[in-house]
Structure formats: C-alpha cells, structure tokens
Design a protein around this ligand. Structure first.
Ligand code: HEC
Length: 147
C-alpha cells in the first residue's frame, strides 16, 4: 500500500517537469522588443529578458532586495541569503561583479538580464550602501569583459 502514493507523486512530478519544459520552450521564442510581457504587472522588465530600472538603487530594490532584503541584511530560513550589509567581501569590486554576472549556487546570473551600465550601477550601489564604504567604482567595460 505504501508504494501507491509514491508512484502517484512520481507521476505528477514527471508531469510537472513536462509542463515546465513546455513553458520554457515557449519562453525561448524570440520576441519583439515592444511586445508586452505576460505577468509583468509592475513593469520591472523592459522585455522578457531585460530589467528596466534606471538606477543602481532602483535595481537593488526591484531585483536584489527580494533575496538580500531591502536593508541588505540577508535572510535565513528556507534558504540562506547572505547579508550584503557591512560585507568585507565587497571590498574588491570584482567579486560582487562576478557573482552578479555568473551567479553562485542559489543566486541566479542576473547580470545577463541587465545592460553593462545597469550591472555596474547596482554593484557600485551595494558597495556604498548598507554600511559599505567602497567608493572605487566598477565600470561597464569591466562588465562587458565578463560576458
Ligand atoms: C534569487 C535570490 C537572489 C537574488 C534575486 C539575488 N541574490 Fe545575491 N545571492 C543569493 C544567494 C543564495 C547567495 C549566496 C550564494 C552562495 O554563497 O552560495 C548570493 C550571494 C551574493 C553575493 C556574495 C555575497 C558573499 O558574501 O559572498 C553578492 C555580492 C550578491 N549576492 C549580490 C546580489 C546583487 C547585487 C543582486 C541584485 C542584482 C542579487 N545578489 C540578487 C541570492 C540572490
């Protein structure tokens, strides 16, 4: 008897995967830049693959704060989201730049959905916010070099 629920679970998991694969396929269809993006109620995306926020602060609020919290303190619970506040690892701009561009375990490579300028802006923003005082700036050219 115990086996039956397991089989049902396995079957529904397979179904869920198939559904995800199907919708992923649908999303990869090329879009016109001006096409409205389904599910983008707050206008966070310019297109399905680009964020619209014009400043580092707005990018942080719209893109990063959901995981790292609005005050940069991070969160721990279902997952671990490190604090960016007073984080000595931000001393070298190359590190946060690399994490934003390439992702890291639970952190997606969000830089792929931003312009070079947006990546530089959001990295420079976190490096001078939440108690961080690293005033040297990363540049869009450094972002480009990581693409
Ligand atoms: C989906 C959740 C999520 C979002 C959104 C997110 N991050 Fe992260 N971030 C993480 C997780 C999880 C880690 C830890 C990865 C690890 O250590 O394995 C992380 C790690 C980092 C680190 C390294 C911190 C350290 O102490 O090593 C930096 C820097 C960072 N994120 C910056 C950002 C910035 C800037 C943004 C917005 C552009 C952002 N993150 C958006 C989840 C997220």
């Amino acid at each position: 008897m115990k086996r039956i629920p397991t089989m049902i679970l396995a079957a529904s998991a397979t179904l869920a995967c198939a559904t995800i694969a199907a919708s992923a396929g649908a999303q990869s269809t090329p879009r016109q830049a001006s096409a409205p993006v389904a599910g983008d109620a707050d206008g966070a995306f310019v297109t399905a693959s680009r964020f619209s926020q014009p400043t580092g602060q707005q990018l942080y609020a719209g893109v990063c704060a959901g995981c790292h919290m609005p005050d940069g303190r991070g969160a721990q619970g279902a997952g671990f989201y490190p604090a960016l506040a007073r984080n000595g690892k931000l001393a070298s701009g190359g590190y946060p730049l690399y994490v934003v561009m390439k992702g890291m375990n639970g952190m997606p490579p969000l830089g792929e959905m931003m312009t070079d300028q947006q990546v530089a802006d959001v990295v420079n923003y976190v490096r001078v916010s939440f108690g961080n005082r690293y005033r040297d700036k990363v540049t869009p050219a450094e972002v480009q070099a990581l693409r």
